[in-house]
Design a protein around this ligand. Structure first.
Ligand SMILES: C[S@@+](CC[C@H](N)C(=O)[O-])C[C@H]1O[C@@H](n2cnc3c(N)ncnc32)[C@H](O)[C@@H]1O
Length: 210
């Protein structure tokens, strides 16, 4: 199963089982985004819509993108205001679906599945207006060093591990720098705020400068 097929399979149980990473990242996004509203927002890898309704409250227009039809179907099944649009697309391919320069891009728990961060930062740089923000919330690489990765229980009773790539902290910041972004915030988030443990989530807030 490739990543797209795996998410199509995982979609039916994604929201049903306890998932500390998914739940902590939802809190992180809400804590990190500066207050106020954004004209044009793009949510990359919206999945089943964990963050979509909340982002919609902060957006005049929101495009929620994912390449898994089954994850998207779940997101679309929830009531959404008319300014929310869903798009099935692979975010490593040119963003022809973009209709206006974005003020905010968000990426929650998707980049671990994407081998080349440079591809996404290059597309993000083209999509954002100057001064626009790029939020990223990912499984912390320290967790990845310990073997954590996206995985789910299959109907057959086994555990399926998805194809994942380790991106070190400097991989994010250097790719961002190469594509004209400054790092406004870099934070690490822990289970139960237990700061002596391994951080679960890393978050970045980048700003397009050039
Ligand atoms: C772990 S889920 C996260 C979903 C949601 N953002 C959340 O936090 O619950 C990762 C999502 O990224 C999507 N995804 C992975 N690679 C993608 C790609 N290249 N293009 C578009 N979507 C992708 C998957 O289909 C899946 O819905």
């Amino acid at each position: 199963m490739n990543v797209q097929q795996a998410y199509n399979t995982w979609a039916s149980s994604y929201d049903m089982v306890r998932n500390l990473t998914r739940d902590l990242e939802a809190q992180v996004l809400r804590a990190v985004l500066p207050p106020g509203s954004y004209a044009e927002v793009v949510e990359l890898g919206c999945g089943t819509g964990k963050n979509t309704a909340w982002l919609a409250q902060r957006a005049h227009r929101l495009t929620a993108v994912d390449f898994s039809s089954e994850m998207l179907a779940r997101a679309q099944a929830a009531p959404q205001p008319p300014h929310v649009r869903f798009q099935q697309a692979d975010i490593t391919q040119p963003w022809f679906w973009l209709t206006a320069p974005a003020d905010l891009l968000t990426c929650s728990l998707i980049l671990e599945h994407i081998q080349r961060l440079d591809v996404v930062f290059a597309l993000a740089q083209m999509a954002l207006r100057p001064g626009g923000l790029f939020y990223i919330g990912e499984l912390h690489p320290f967790k990845q060093y310990q073997g954590s990765k996206a995985r789910f229980d299959t109907a057959e009773g086994g555990v399926f591990e998805l194809e994942c790539y380790v991106h070190h902290i400097s991989d994010f910041t250097e790719s961002a720098r190469r594509h004209g972004f400054s790092c406004q915030r870099l934070q690490e988030w822990f289970d139960d705020e237990h700061r002596a443990g391994t951080p679960r989530i890393v978050s970045f807030l980048f700003r397009r400068e050039k």
